[in-house]
Each structure stands twice: as C-alpha cells, then as structure tokens.
Design a protein around this ligand. Structure first.
Ligand SMILES: Cc1cc2nc3c(=O)[nH]c(=O)nc-3n(C[C@H](O)[C@H](O)[C@H](O)COP(=O)(O)OP(=O)(O)OC[C@H]3O[C@@H](n4cnc5c(N)ncnc54)[C@H](O)[C@@H]3O)c2cc1C
Length: 415
C-alpha cells in the first residue's frame, strides 16, 4: 500500500479494494493477488471469516460434489451457470488438498472438514499472505464515493484512513445472523450506485407455528422424523396436472419439532421456496403405501392402524397424530383417507424465525445489473458484487460456499 505524492499520510492507493473478509471476498482477493494486483481487504469484524468458523456445526460444509445451477434460487435461474462452470467443487477441493486439510463426505455430496472450520480460514489466510493481500480488520467504513480528483477511482473512507482504487468489490454478505456482524451495507451501497435489489428475505430458516399449532405440537420439541417437505404453489400459477402439481421443490430429509415450530433439513430447504402465505405440505410417511401394508398383515381396524403408525413415526408424534387426526372408521375408504392426511399434512405457518436464525439471505443485488461472467456492475464500471449479497441463494449442503468461491474467483480474474 502506498501513499506516494500525497500530503495527507492517511490516504492510500491500491488496485483493488475488497469490502468484507468472508468466503467470497477472500477468494476474490487471493485470485487478484495472484495476478499481481495490489489488493486491500477491509473487514469490519475483529477477525476474518466469522461465518465460515460457525458453519456446518463448526466443521464447515465447504462445498457439494453435486453442485449444479438447479441447487440455486435467483430471479434469474441462469445467472449462476457461468461462474459455477468456471470454478467447480473440484477446484476448491484441490486447494483444500494442497493445504493437507482432512475432509469427508457426510452425505449427499456434502464435504466437511474432519477437524474444524478454522482449517478453512487458516488456509484462506495463508493464501492471502502468499499472494500479497493486505487485510485490515476492525475497519469501520464511513462512506464510499467516486473520487472527484481521480476519475474512475472509488474512495473508501474509514474512521482512520481513506483508500482509493479503481476496482471496488462488495463482498459484505447478507442479513443473516446480525450478532456476528451481518449488515445491510452491501444493499445500501448497491442502491447508492443505482443498482436495484431483489427484496431480501430469510432463507434456510426454521418456520413458526400459529398459536393454535404451537399448543398442539410444541411440547413435542426435539422429536424428529423423515418427511417430504414441499411448499405449495398457488393453483393459478401452475397448470392443472397430477395431484402433486401444486407442490414444488420437494425435500426428503429429517423434520424437527422445535419450541416454536418446525426445523430440520427438510423444512429448512423448503423454507427458501415458501412464499410466506400459502400452506406447506409434509408427507409423514414418505414412499409408503400404508393401506397395502395393512392388507398384507391381516385384519384392518383402528388397532392395526395405530400400531402401524407407531412403527413408522416416533411414538410421541404417532400418539399426538392419532389424537388430532383420528380415522373416521375401519373401512378401506376411511383408512385410505387417514393415510392420505398423513401423506399430505398441510400447515399454514405463522412465519419464519427471521434473520436471527436464517442460514442465508435470499434476494439481494439484482443479477440483471451484473455480468454473469465477471460480477461487474453493468451500470458502474469497476464495481463488483460477489457472494451472498447477490441474488443467488444455494440450497442447504455446501452450495452457498460454492457460490461464494465461484463468484469470488470470477471477479478475482478481472479486477
Ligand atoms: C450458522 C450458519 C451456518 C452455515 N453453514 C454453511 C455451510 O456449512 N455450508 C455452506 O455452504 N454455507 C453455510 N452457511 C452460509 C454461508 O456461511 C454463507 O452463504 C457465506 O458465508 C457467504 O459468504 P460471503 O463471503 O458472501 O458473506 P459472509 O461470509 O457473510 O462475509 C461477509 C463479510 O463482510 C463483513 N462485513 C459486513 N458488513 C461490512 C462492512 N460494512 N464493512 C466491512 N466488512 C463488512 C462481515 O463481517 C463478513 O466478514 C452458513 C450460514 C450460517 C449463518
């Protein structure tokens, strides 16, 4: 960093300023540094990569082997394709292996550190050092402006210095988990430079019950079972087809009853697709044909129905289900109707647990305003947005980090 011809010692010039030392910002800084660019990263917190450190239960689910554009939500589902193709899970795995970080596949292509998420932050720190990236922690950014005296340069003022660069990369993340430093900074900056924002909303987030459902279910907090969870799309927005045509994006995984509603991987995944008002559907007996199973066992009556339910659901959940959804009778028709209710438990959640518990923020900087290849703003040359601040949101399972690495990599090649 130099302040050559400058009378004021606290003015500094570099090639690239990256705002935010999270996954995306660090990857971009490393790649730009490797190209010989003088890179400064300004981070508000007292350390880098705080979200990486708490991710994946502190083991960081750093990528997913099966990453494809279908694992992402965005107003423009095509936007992520180019970046995801240019920087793939195998590229990040190569980096992890270069640093001899032990990892394993937990399930469904999800890769986790064997030891701790801090292996990933140490690796990124070492890569930053090797490519000459300078990181300033505890940086309180007061303003970002175009510099009047230096055309095409951005001026970033902190409480102690002013930094200038012709390339500015915004990697300040979304709104999830304010207690570790999430802010609306990236969205505010985008608006300041004339970019539009797709309304942010909490995603990968537990859902809350209405008062009535809370009373019915929440004493079962801690109970979990495998379900297929799906958000129901209003009928006007889908063509009439089969019985499942209104259920979109189905996730077969565990569901967990909480003190206020529902969580667990199936519910978190589906929450990203829930529109905030229509019901959701839970199949509590995925893939099973209970009536056929009852037929195979002999006489069909209330007793055999109850026993079967207790086999397939945790006992307390089965008891509560039988209390709240009793079969009307013993006929095949009654039992078929009872089974149908179990396969399609429709609930209208009251809401979500909000940004305090959301793993990510959906929405963000409108991808129509960015180059899919470089992440540069179409409106303001030299200005880039990467990572979670952009309207690209991954499903659960390492996809959000893969997006952070990929978008950071792409910007890093050109800044
Ligand atoms: C509890 C939890 C667990 C998660 N687990 C996983 C997982 O296992 N796998 C996965 O793929 N995803 C996971 N995620 C999501 C993933 O962490 C994020 O999608 C990813 O970190 C986004 O990277 P980013 O660099 O865009 O933003 P962030 O990692 O949020 O980094 C943004 C950085 O910018 C800094 N910053 C903010 N405002 C300013 C400012 N004004 N000035 C300077 N700096 C600023 C922040 O302090 C932060 O360091 C998890 C999220 C949470 C909350």
């Amino acid at each position: 960093m130099d302040a050559p011809h400058n009378p004021e010692a606290l003015k500094h010039t570099c090639d690239v300023i990256v705002l935010g030392a999270g996954a995306a910002g660090l990857m971009c800084a490393i790649e730009a540094g490797k190209r010989g660019r003088r890179v400064l990263v300004l981070e508000r917190a007292e350390r880098i990569g705080k979200k990486i450190l708490i991710s994946g239960g502190s083991r960081c689910n750093f990528t997913n082997l099966h990453t494809s554009p279908d694992n992402f939500l965005s107003a423009n589902p095509h936007f992520s394709k180019s970046a995801l193709a240019r920087y793939q899970p195998s590229d990040f795995i190569r980096l992890v292996e270069k640093h001899a970080i032990a990892y394993h596949e937990k399930k469904l292509g999800q890769l986790f550190c064997d030891r701790a998420a801090s292996d990933i932050t140490s690796m990124l720190e070492a890569e930053c050092r090797a490519s000459g990236v300078e990181i300033h922690l505890n940086a309180k950014i007061k303003s970002v402006n175009m510099d009047d005296e230096r055309p095409q340069a951005f001026g970033v003022t902190t409480d102690s210095s002013v930094f200038f660069a012709s390339r500015l990369v915004v990697a300040t993340g979304g709104l999830s988990i304010a207690k570790i430093g999430a802010t609306s900074f990236g969205y505010d900056l985008a608006r300041q430079f004339g970019l539009s924002i797709v309304e942010p909303r909490p995603a990968l987030v537990p859902l809350t019950f209405t008062e009535r459902d809370r009373k019915r279910w929440c004493d079962l907090a801690g109970v979990s079972t495998e379900v297929i969870a799906s958000a129901i799309v209003p009928s006007a927005s889908v063509a009439p087809a089969g019985p499942d045509s209104r259920k979109q994006h189905q996730f077969r995984e565990q569901m967990l009853v909480t003190h206020r509603g529902l969580s667990g991987p199936a519910v978190l995944q589906m929450s990203s697709y829930w529109n905030g008002k229509d019901p959701i559907s839970l199949d509590l007996a995925p893939g099973r044909n209970l009536l056929a199973e009852l037929r195979g066992r002999g006489p069909r009556d209330h007793g055999s129905w109850k026993s079967l339910l207790k086999e397939i659901l945790p006992k307390r959940l089965a008891d509560r289900w039988l209390e709240t959804h009793p079969a009307a009778g013993n006929s095949d028709r009654d039992l078929a109707a009872a089974e149908q209710r179990l396969h399609n438990w429709q609930i209208r959640p009251e809401g979500t647990e909000g940004y305090g518990k959301a793993e990510v923020t959906a929405g963000g900087v409108n991808t129509d305003e960015l180059s899919a290849k470089t992440m540069e703003s179409q409106k303001r040359s030299g200005l880039f947005f990467i990572g979670e601040v952009v309207d690209v949101t991954g499903q659960l399972g390492g996809f959000n980090f893969q997006w952070a690495w990929a978008s950071g990599y792409c910007a890093g090649q050109v800044v």
